[in-house]
Ligand binder design. Structure first.
Ligand SMILES: [Zn+2]
Ligand SMILES: [Zn+2]
Length: 192
């Protein structure tokens, strides 16, 4: 995504505003497994801190496209990520010692992710990708109490009940969870 590649010469001491909306599929480098995304908006400012030291502070806003884990409905899970990235110009191996020193600092302290770059521009795309991958939800539901699909007939129980009369295995009620743990105590109640 070329709009996310910022020439160093454009970055003044006061910093520059970055505001780019990119189609999700344009953010992935070749060879990286793409995650389906909506358009993604990257907005923030990039300032020069020192000779070879830059800082980006901003937000990445968009949504993951996926399916509900229970009922398989298409859905979008929005994300709004605040980011602080430190960009240091140089060759990655020269920073290895530095970075491992940082590992000794308090892990709970807010510290920016550090990216090393070579050349005369800063490409924000890999940082955007990394942030989006790390924030991806492990589980997606169309709604907290999605009733899922009937394990027997496949009916979408959010839309209609079916006549199978069995408790949906993927149901979310605390009762269903207990019943799984103690099958002998399975309550003899229907969903009605
Ligand atoms: Zn669902
Ligand atoms: Zn059914």
């Amino acid at each position: 995504m070329d709009a996310l590649r910022i020439p160093l010469s454009a970055i003044t001491d006061e910093g520059i505003v970055v505001e780019v909306t990119a189609p999700g599929e344009r953010l992935w480098p070749k060879g990286v497994k793409e995650m389906p995304l909506t358009a993604v908006r990257i907005a923030g400012d990039l300032v020069k801190l020192g000779d070879k030291d830059y800082l980006f502070r901003g937000r990445i806003v968009g949504a993951y496209r996926g399916r509900c884990d229970r009922c398989l409905a298409d859905l979008e899970s929005p994300f709004d990520l605040e980011t602080v990235w430190s960009f240091k110009q140089g060759v990655a191996k020269d920073f290895v010692a530095d970075l491992s020193d940082d590992a000794d600092t308090d892990p709970f302290e807010e510290s920016p992710s550090v990216f090393i770059f070579e050349g005369n521009d800063i490409d924000l795309t890999p940082s955007v990708c990394e942030e989006i991958v790390l924030a991806a939800p492990a589980k997606t539901l169309c709604r907290e109490d999605c009733a899922g699909l009937c394990a027997r007939c496949g009916a979408n129980l959010n839309i209609a009940s079916c006549s199978c009369g069995i408790e949906n295995e993927t149901g979310n009620s605390a009762l269903a969870g207990l019943a799984d743990l103690f099958p002998n105590l399975r309550p003899d109640v229907s969903k009605e």
